[in-house]
Design a binder for this molecule. Structure first.
Ligand SMILES: Nc1ncnc2c1ncn2[C@@H]1O[C@H](COP(=O)(O)OP(=O)(O)OP(=O)(O)O)[C@@H](O)[C@H]1O
Length: 296
């Protein structure tokens, strides 16, 4: 489990101990009798990508909803900059710089890229007694901010619905960075994308990390996670199954975990045992041949 293919004590790991942007300490969440999360501890540092992996129903969505301020934890502590917090809404989390980019992206497909960039936070200007949208300033800023992150779109006047899925994701990432995100939560941003588009998104995950943000990257895909991750957390049935920095984990280890490593090992052992046991009478379905007819 600890085969190494990266430098031990990489800089990303050193920063973690000093001042995590965000920390969960033994967090649990129950819905009535259903225990969705139990004893989850996690630290997210500035300038690093923390990948959260897990199968369907593992508890990933519940975890990000707690971090994003949509749910309150049933137990444990949630700290931002070392201080305990108790968010009652996503607005409160956003005010502390914790932004979430959900899969559906909350964009209006028919509106231009720059309008979507400012959706819900439009800039306005006064013209006489009227407050008008400051379209010129929004266009200019959206263009500058996208370029700053190295995102080169042919036309920011184009409806956002004309962009590819990957381009829409990166517009959402640039928007969150512009509006002051310090922690960026990305909910399966590559799930619906092909290889090339996933590559585009992964590149901007790195760009956000290099801009000093703490990125939480939720994914099912260990290959995507390993291309950008500094730290890996695998959740299984609501519990933290694995929590390791890149320096202590190879892609093979991570893939093995995601493929249900322990169960597969047990199954392999079982199959091997069956192969080794002396052959039993084969069952035959052909007419006239019962299971007692043996041809050895
Ligand atoms: N609002 C809710 N009420 C009751 N049970 C819930 C609720 N939300 C989640 N659960 C349960 O909690 C567990 C974890 O669900 P969650 O959606 O967090 O998993 P997930 O890892 O995000 O899965 P997926 O990848 O399929 O989205 C599941 O058993 C789910 O049925």
């Amino acid at each position: 489990m600890t085969s190494t293919n990266a430098e031990p004590d990489a800089p990303a790991d050193e920063g973690r101990e000093a001042a995590p942007l965000l920390e969960l300490d033994g967090v649990g969440k129950s819905f009535g009798n259903i225990r969705a999360l139990d004893g989850i501890s996690l630290r997210v540092g500035a300038g690093e990508v923390t990948c959260i992996l897990g199968d369907n129903g593992a508890g990933k969505s519940t975890l990000i909803k707690i971090i994003a301020g949509l749910y309150k934890a049933s137990s444990g502590r949630y700290l931002v900059d070392g201080e305990p917090v108790d968010f009652s809404s996503p607005r409160q989390a956003l005010d502390r710089g914790i932004a979430t980019v959900y899969q559906d992206l909350a964009m209006v497909p028919l509106m231009p890229v720059w309008r979507n960039f400012f959706l819900g936070s439009e800039l306005r200007t006064s013209v006489g007694p009227f407050r008008m949208l400051d379209s010129a300033r929004m266009r200019r800023i959206a263009d500058e901010e996208l370029k700053k992150m190295g995102i080169d779109l042919p036309d920011i006047e184009a409806p956002v619905g004309n962009l590819s899925g990957g381009q829409r994701q990166v517009v959402a990432i640039a928007r969150a960075v512009y509006f002051g995100a310090r922690v960026l939560i990305l909910d399966e941003p590559t799930a619906a994308l092909g290889v090339k588009q996933s590559g585009v998104v992964l590149k901007y995950i790195k760009a956000a990390r290099d801009a000093g943000l703490g990125v939480i990257f939720i994914t099912h895909n260990p290959h995507h996670a390993y291309l950008v991750g500094d730290h890996f957390a695998v959740i299984k049935l609501g519990e933290m199954e694995l929590d390791q920095p890149r320096s202590e984990l190879s892609l093979d280890d991570l893939t093995h975990h995601m493929a249900g490593g322990a169960e597969l090992d047990a199954l392999q052992h079982e199959l091997k045992r069956e192969e080794e046991t002396p052959e039993v009478a084969p069952l035959r379905g052909a007419e006239g041949e019962g299971p007692d007819v043996q041809k050895l």
